[in-house]
Design a protein around this ligand. Structure first.
Ligand code: ZN
Length: 90
C-alpha cells in the first residue's frame, strides 16, 4: 500500500514507521490531548512525525501549535511561555 500523508502538526511528509527514515519523516501516533490530561480515548490520536510526538509530549494541542508557529517565526511568544517550553532565546 502506498503510504502518503503528512504530520498533523508540522506538515512534514510521513514515510512510515521504520527506523531508516529520518525522525522528522517517521510516522507515529500522537495523542492530541495528552493521556496524562485525560485524553485516553480512541478518536484522540493523530498521525504525526516522531519529532512532533517527542516535542509535544505533555503539551496540549493549543500549546504545541503555538510552539510550532513560534519556531517557524510566525508568532512572538511571551518570555514566560518560552521558559515553560524550555526554549532558548539568547
Ligand atoms: Zn511533525
Amino acid at each position: 500500500m502506498l503510504f502518503r500523508t503528512t504530520c498533523w502538526y508540522c506538515g512534514n511528509k510521513l514515510l512510515g514507521r521504520t527506523k531508516r527514515h529520518p525522525e522528522r519523516n517517521r510516522t507515529s501516533l500522537d495523542h492530541q490531548q495528552p493521556k496524562s490530561k485525560g485524553g485516553n480515548w480512541a478518536g484522540n490520536t493523530v498521525m504525526s512525525c516522531v519529532v512532533c510526538n517527542h516535542d509535544k509530549a505533555e503539551l496540549t494541542l493549543e500549546e504545541y501549535r503555538l510552539l510550532v508557529m513560534f519556531r517557524a517565526g510566525k508568532v512572538k511568544m511571551p518570555v514566560d511561555k518560552m521558559l515553560f517550553y524550555g526554549e532558548r532565546f539568547d
